[in-house]
Design a protein around this ligand. Structure first.
Ligand code: CBY
Length: 432
């Protein structure tokens, strides 16, 4: 109930931001009612400070980019970094640290006990560890190219050390790390375009030394990645899928001179995104955080210029929403669940209507522990399945547990995909 008192505040805030930003970015201004659609996004993100974890960095970054200050979220990110420094071994990944640098870096007054220079030098080290792993493991980084791109972006924006030669060597658009199987990863390509654009700008303005040839290569890479991103444009305007579209839009904003105006109808993409927002597609804080900047015409490259770091900006507070009661309807549904390695193991599982994929896996595990036992870790996007039957996903071998429904890969994780009666669900041992 308390939440409803706070909503008008966010509304007020939005109205003061929207006319000048959201509605003009795609040149033709949108009707005002469309602007209102963005409200639930902000609500999701601001409430997310009650959700723990390093995803707060991504949320903080996005809020700052659109001019919203949230000190308690900032404190949460700082706390998270400190805890991680104390717990030896339980390190942040390179991309997580890059997000911390991006979200805190531009506001160096935040906390004296966190030395920003220290964070950047830690990131330099982590980036080198990624490269080292590629050398020893057949070109496979510790994490993935989405994170390596975040690393280069943060190092480039915050004067960290990185080698243009290395960037040139590892970011060729044909590199397998831009693909999952035969599918080009739009999220990854978009983040790489942002990183390479930052590097390109640093070369041009003399901040970093590089040869003519290096610059030419980087230009070619950006051009080719932009082509691949545009190739993933769907009929309704989304690029890749609903969750990659925000980052694809950012990449296309900063690379406008690499494609023809006729090749991308930004308005159409924006309309498709607004429709998805109204349907509740961005209910996860991380999803909301990744779409928001693009709606305001902002990109991660604006980190240094348009950040809100303190006085003069909005300081909003919103109270924790009362937890949503699980669907009270006691109807049950039945689904088919399969684990596929070489052999297939299937079972029929009955779960409550409204259950997610993870509930099905838990129920199957109760039925037959040997065949259906599994482990998972929490990530910013919710639970990620790490092993089934003791067989563990491994980034050095590019193996993972793929989620499918009716034989088609899902675009949501086990914690958010809601299953349907009669559905055929599968977790399949795959390589990417
Ligand atoms: N973030 C990361 O490091 C993740 C980068 C990312 C490109 C990410 C998508 C994009 C993003 N915006 O964050 C990514 N996924 C990667 C790299 C991967 C691989 C992870 C392994 C590695 N070495 O890092 C891998 C194995 C190819 C992968 N994603 C698998 C999966 C499936 C997970 C199944 C499981 N075992 O639990 C799944 C469910 C696809 C499937 N059908 O099996 C999957 N990913 C999905 C759906 C997604 C999207 C999540 C959408 C959602 N609503 O939940 C995604 C946004 C994301 C997270 N993956 Co991956 C892509 C999309 O649909 N647009 C940086 C860090 C700091 O946070």
């Amino acid at each position: 109930m308390r939440q409803s008192h706070q909503l008008p505040l966010v509304g007020l805030l939005l109205f003061s931001l929207i006319p000048s930003q959201l509605c003009t970015i795609c040149e033709v201004s949108l009707e005002n009612y469309s602007c209102l659609t963005v409200l639930p996004l902000l609500n999701t993100m601001i409430n997310s400070k009650y959700a723990r974890g390093i995803q707060a960095a991504n949320v903080l970054l996005s809020l700052r980019l659109v001019g919203i200050q949230d000190q308690s979220l900032e404190r949460q990110v700082i706390q998270e970094v400190k805890e991680n420094e104390e717990k030896k071994g339980l390190d942040l990944t390179s991309g997580q640290l890059a997000l911390v640098v991006l979200s805190l870096g531009a506001c160096q007054n935040s906390d004296e006990t966190i030395t920003y220079v220290h964070l950047v030098s830690q990131l330099e080290k982590k980036f080198q560890e990624e490269i080292k792993n590629m050398v020893t493991h057949n070109g496979n980084p510790l994490t993935n190219y989405y994170q390596l791109s975040l690393d280069v972006l943060a190092l480039c924006l915050f004067n960290g050390k990185y080698s243009v030669t290395e960037v040139n060597k590892y970011f060729t658009p044909e590199n397998k790390n831009f693909y999952f199987g035969s599918q080009f990863s739009v999220d990854t390509g978009a983040m790489a375009v942002l990183a390479l654009t930052c590097v390109k700008r640093s070369i041009i303005n003399g901040q970093i030394k590089a040869s003519e040839m290096d610059l030419k290569h980087i230009n070619n890479y950006i051009e080719s990645l932009v082509k691949k991103i545009l190739h993933e444009k769907k009929e309704n305007g989304l690029i890749g899928n609903v969750f990659s579209t925000g980052e694809a839009m950012q990449a296309l904003y900063v690379s406008a001179n690499y494609y023809n105006q006729t090749e991308w109808d930004c308005q159409q993409t924006l309309r498709a995104v607004l429709k998805e927002i109204s349907q509740g597609s961005f209910h996860m804080p991380i999803a909301a955080a990744q779409i928001l900047p693009a709606l305001f015409g902002k990109t991660y490259l604006d980190v240094n210029n348009s950040f809100s770091c303190g006085s003069g900006s909005f300081n909003i507070s919103i109270h924790k929403p009362s937890p949503v009661e699980p669907s009270s309807s006691s109807s049950w549904i039945s689904v088919n669940y399969t684990v596929k390695i070489n052999k297939t193991y299937s079972t029929n599982v009955t779960v409550k209507n409204g259950s997610v994929f993870l509930d099905v896996m838990k129920r199957a595990q109760q039925i037959n522990e040997t065949v259906f036992r599994f482990t998972y870790v929490e990530t910013s996007w919710g639970p990620y399945i790490t092993s089934v039957q003791g067989l563990e996903a491994n980034s050095n071998d590019r193996t993972y547990w793929e989620l499918l429904s009716e034989g088609k890969p899902l675009s949501q994780g086990v914690g958010s995909y809601v299953v349907h009666n009669g559905e055929n669900l599968e977790v399949r041992w795959s390589t990417y």
